[in-house]
Design a protein around this ligand. Structure first.
Ligand code: FAD
Ligand code: NAI
Length: 476
């Protein structure tokens, strides 16, 4: 027996792990969470990728750069004049770092409040033991702790291109992309996925000439086609150069910058010379240092921990959640799985509905959706009705001066049940919640159409799109 024994030990303190630990403690379990993320002072920085190099810092920079773009291009429409507008990148980065620290500290506070024992260090399986597992903690002080249940929430890492390792100086993962100390003159981005578009937008708004190279011939293939088309139009109008259907060749990382050789969609040999290159081609599940072999924890060919629909692994009382398992790599998906697993350990019926997990891309315009796309419904042969409403016809959007995009509803042709909602436009990230709630309650488009929405608000576009399913919009 180890000296310190817990009912639940969570390995990884990202959004999946720290939320699982808090929920387990709320349910009365003696709970520990081990996380190895370290801040620049050598102290703990729980919150994982999301808090340290993902959701939170990227949104802080998106906000700063959006303010700059507004001041640069749109304040004059409001009669506001500014002379000598400038951007202090180091200050912008310090603000971002402060936002990150506030979140790290918040999680440490929540651990205390909920009586979760926190270990700063790397957790790994030592061995299976009587009634559970022994977990080795390699931190400032090495120790071994006992666990009846183990929840693995070790997250994911950025995937590098073969032959172009991240040096975080010129060839950047999401980590380096959030730390560029001055606006690059020319920025290359490989992969027009979520990170590529968000980080590309940040540096474009601040003045970089940004070129995005994407392997697929289709822009944002997982997004509703009509939304992807509208977004592509808006991004290219803003000056983001997006080349689709390319094949990346040799990448030369030299003192002066990076040169990317590639073949364009027509088969022509091309070369792109940039000061910095962000490689955002997806992420791989992280089990480095977990010593999964010691206990026979099963991984799949991608390195993800194999779990069933309930996040159970092949080992008794070992669970895995978040980016390290199948499903979308999203913070809120990881959190929901964390809550569900803690509740299952307590014998309750935790549940995650994969069909109502919202997606948001925090570009400008924002893109958000839930449920199925029109192309998915067509492929399934499902009979559906579609209705959409443009922000151009919404009073609040006009007052905001942000009329790009639309809200689109897809509903079952017979029952009118909402099957998907797709938004491209202002505050899509907030507007999508109404659609998520509606779908969780199996609402019909008519239900939304008959609900009173505040005027003037962007949410009226949601109501009008629901009305459009029945071809009876009032303001368009
Ligand atoms: P992680 O957040 O990766 O946390 C895992 C933690 O485990 C880390 O702290 C790691 O250090 C620790 N760890 C790993 N191994 C061990 C070990 N053996 N011992 C101890 N500790 C260990 N998602 C969204 O929903 N919205 C967004 O806006 C968004 N923006 C993003 C922006 C960027 C640039 C990136 C890269 C990602 C973004 N994501 C976003 C995705 C989101 O960050 C992840 O889906 C989420 O962090 C996954 O949570 P997790 O708990 O599974 O893993
Ligand atoms: P991604 O999967 O979103 O996009 C990767 C893109 O790179 C794809 O379009 C893919 O076709 C392309 N690609 C792959 N290999 C390529 C190659 N060799 N050459 C050129 N293009 C190539 O992955 P990304 O952007 O790295 O983000 C990882 C994950 O992080 C996302 O899938 C998402 O789950 C999460 N994330 C979520 C955010 C949000 O919710 N707002 C923000 C940022 C990240």
């Amino acid at each position: 027996m180890a000296e310190k024994n817990f009912d639940v030990v969570v390995i990884g303190g990202g959004p999946g792990g720290y939320i699982a630990a808090i929920r387990a403690a709320q349910l009365g379990f003696n709970t520990a969470c081990i996380d190895e993320w370290t801040n620049h002072k050598g102290g703990p920085a729980p919150g994982g990728t999301c808090t340290n190099v993902g959701c939170i810092p990227s949104k802080a920079l998106l906000q700063s750069s959006e303010h700059f773009e507004q001041a640069h291009h749109h304040f004059q429409d409001h009669g506001i004049g500014l002379d000598n507008l400038s951007i202090d990148v180091p200050k912008m980065l310090s603000r971002k770092d402060l936002v990150v620290k506030q979140n790290n500290d918040g999680i440490l506070y929540l651990f205390k409040k909920n009586k979760v024992t926190f270990f700063h260090g790397r957790g790994s399986f030592a061995k299976a033991a009587e009634g559970g597992y022994e977990i080795a903690v390699a931190g400032k002080q090495a120790e071994t702790i006992g666990a009846k249940h183990v929840v693995v929430a070790t997250g994911s890492n950025a995937r590098a291109l073969p032959g172009a390792p991240f040096d975080e100086v010129n060839v950047l993962s999401n980590d380096g992309a959030l730390k560029v100390g001055a606006v690059p003159r020319k920025l290359g981005v490989i992969g027009s996925g979520v990170i590529g578009l968000e980080m590309g937008s940040v540096w474009r708004r601040l003045g970089a000439e940004v070129t995005v190279l994407e392997a697929l011939p289709t822009f944002l293939a997982a997004v509703d086609e009509q939304v992807a088309k509208e977004a592509f139009k808006a991004f290219t109008k803003q000056g983001l150069k997006i080349e689709l259907g390319v094949k990346i060749g040799e990448i030369k990382n030299e003192a002066g910058g990076v040169t990317v050789a590639y073949t364009d969609a027509k088969g022509g040999a091309q070369s792109l010379a940039v000061d910095k290159l962000i490689v955002s081609i997806g992420r791989t599940p992280n089990t480095i240092g977990l010593n999964a072999e010691a206990v026979g924890l099963k991984l799949d060919e991608r390195g993800a921990i194999v779990v069933d629909a309930d996040c159970k692994t092949n080992l008794p009382n070992v669970w895995a959640i978040g980016d390290v398992v199948r499903g979308p790599m999203l913070a809120h998906k990881a959190e929901e799985e964390g809550v569900a697993v803690a509740e299952r350990i307590a014998g309750q019926h935790g549940h995650v509905n994969f069909n109502t997990i919202p997606w948001v891309i925090y570009t400008s315009p924002e893109i958000a959706w839930v449920g199925q796309t029109e192309q998915q419904l067509k492929a399934e042969g499902r009979a559906y009705k579609a209705g959409s409403f443009p922000f151009m016809a919404n009073g609040r959007a006009r007052a905001l001066g942000d009329t790009t995009g639309f809200v689109k509803f897809l509903a079952d042709a017979k029952t009118d049940e909402i099957l998907g909602v797709h938004i491209v436009g202002p505050m899509a990230s907030e507007l999508i919640s109404e659609a998520v709630v509606a779908m969780e309650f199996k609402a019909s488009a008519e239900d939304i159409a008959r609900i009173c929405h505040a005027h003037p608000s962007l949410s009226e576009a949601t109501k009008e799109a629901a009305l459009a399913v029945d071809k009876r919009t009032l303001n368009f």
